[in-house]
Design a protein around this ligand. Sequence first.
Ligand SMILES: Cc1cc2nc3c(=O)[nH]c(=O)nc-3n(C[C@H](O)[C@H](O)[C@H](O)COP(=O)(O)O)c2cc1C
Length: 727
Amino acid sequence: MTISIWRYSHLALAVSSFVFIILASVTGIILGFQPISEQLQPYNTENLNNITVAETIAVFKATYPEIIDIKVDDNDFVIASVFTEDGDNLEGYFNPKTAQFLGEEIKPSKFFQWVTSLHRSLFLKSIGRFFVGLCSFLLFLIAITGTVLILKRQRGIKQFFAKIVNDNFNQYWHVVLGRFLLIPILIITATGVYLSLDKFQLLPENKTEHAIDFDAISETPKVELTEIEAFKNTPLSEVKAIEFPFSPDVEDYFTLTLKTKELLINQITGTVLSETKAPLVNIFTNLSLNLHTGKGSILWSVVLIIASINILFFIYSGFAMTLNRRKTRIKNKYKSDKADIIILVGSENGSTFTFANAFYKALISKGEKAFITEMNNFTNFPEAKQMVIITATYGQGEAPTNANQFFKKFKTENIKDDLKFSVVGFGSLAYPDFCKFAIDVDKTLQQKHQQLLPIFTINDKSVEAFNQWTSQWSEASGVPVKIAEQALTTKPKQLKKITVLSKTKTNTDDTFLLTFKPKKHHKFTSGDLLAIYPKNDHRERLYSIGKVNGNIQLSVKLHKNGLGSGFLFASEVNEKIKARLVKNSAFHFPKNASKVIMIANGTGVAPFLGMLNQNNNTATHLYLGLRTEASFHLYKNEIDGFISSEKLSTFNLALSRENEKQYVQDLLLNDSESIAKTLYGNGIIMVCGSLAMYKSVLTVLEDIVTKFNNKPLSYYQNKQQIKSDCY
Ligand SMILES: Cc1cc2nc3c(=O)[nH]c(=O)nc-3n(C[C@H](O)[C@H](O)[C@H](O)COP(=O)(O)O)c2cc1C
């Protein structure tokens, strides 16, 4: 079944029941505190496993002339009803070892009773109970469809708990928390449904009746209460209730109700007169009640409270994700059969639509007859002269949902041969199959049509890269489109002021090191990004940073007319600039790795300098690619320091413009065996620098692991052993 059917079911169920679910969750959170407050009462004085029924009966008999019954509640508190020597009736909690009266039974407060009633029946009696039961069932189905969606997303059960790329706050936490709270939510909902069925008496009744042969009841041999086998062998922890006989007559007996059975016991001889098993339905009802309410366990009550809070978060994040997807609805000016330029979009979560829409609007503003639609709406566009396909990749290099019919339709629709096309792939290098779907689309189209431009891939929704593509497209098509960056970037919010601490001169490669002093409360680490806004507008430039002695260190290449690099180079020591620290958890130094291999070229070394500075005892190896010996001077002191302090185990430098031309990938090939061993032993490889270098490194790594480990590189990529931050 396609992911869309599961997603629509998940959404439809949530939409149809969210008001009830919110109510049930909020009241559920409050009610979760009731068993906790009960458990915190001081009535659980003994470990009931260590006391037998015989011991308790003996001590009660010795203390009180008459005992009506002794019960053990879900909190393991012993409750009894007795008469004292003075003829007073004492009812409440007792110590089972001493028979001492501890206090009166706690009744739930009016507030908890009110909330319970709202939770169970919305104050609507049977109708309310029915709706609550139905919503429990719907939430159960939501949890099931959610599990299927996670399984699809994670590519199978084995990877269910594998790391997730933090692409988007709502989506990330919806999945991460969903995985951990799935079991409690399934339990809450399944037990909720069970309890509703029980209330409506829809569960099979299999009552078992006691049968006593009163003619055969004997009064001999007489046995002391403490010697009755059934009492001697039963710990109090198994007991639900002990009903005492009304009179000393032999026809009156003890009723011993245990969790799984009920015994009627001759009070004189101690023989078992009748024994019935507790109906399975009752056992499940009890279990369901305890699991649903958390009765008797503080730990489980806490889990239930957390799960209920998370249900509220799931509703919020789920709807936020849906709204995000819907925000990108398409409004076309021209009909598809009148348009010259067709833009087809493949998008799962809507961000690709933001780019495609901006491109569409730019075309329309230039007077072009453009038409934009989802890839699944591919058809025979009679007037089309060219087609632009802008698509994301999902799953295992697969199509987003709204593009999964594309190949089928492309085969059957008969479109003009002279149609030219260009494909733009949106993807993330954090996934093994980078932009694979876009690449497949490009290859398929090439079989029948002519490329206007070669495929263009974009990592992490890079606005700069998209603008590069639009200018290439403008040149090739002769339509001079310009996309306003505002359309693609959001205005920066909550900028922080950081102070320039030091700045080096540029080296032979026009590269310089820059250090900023952050404020004490600024939280960041090596591998995070620094976003700057050189013109104080929407234009954002991002730099990978290292945390060196608590400061932010960047390595920047000064580009001619470079907006970001020019701005940074012009900054003076002690000057304050406004910036944003962007968390990039996917590229943090691994906490518990056996070994880390760092691969960088050019300014990509910056986060590694910070990570090495912070490294305490992880065996770490650095492969760095630069142009010349002179390029290295900028980093030499720091790297020498890391080697002598043993923060860096080995250092390998590849120089591409010296006599013996070398690239980092050549160095990796030389160390093939140790690299293969690192990955085999769960070590981590981190790559930072240019995309071209990253692609070459991946090719070399693929060869190495295929040869030495007999595994494809995607195996290690899926296990998040390859981390990258490339641009
Ligand atoms: C579950 C999931 C799987 C993904 N799989 C891939 C993949 O295999 N290859 C890739 O290049 N990008 C992959 N991506 C990244 C997306 O293609 C990328 O973030 C894209 O910009 C999202 O576009 P959208 O918001 O329009 O759906 C994946 C993202 C997610 C959330």
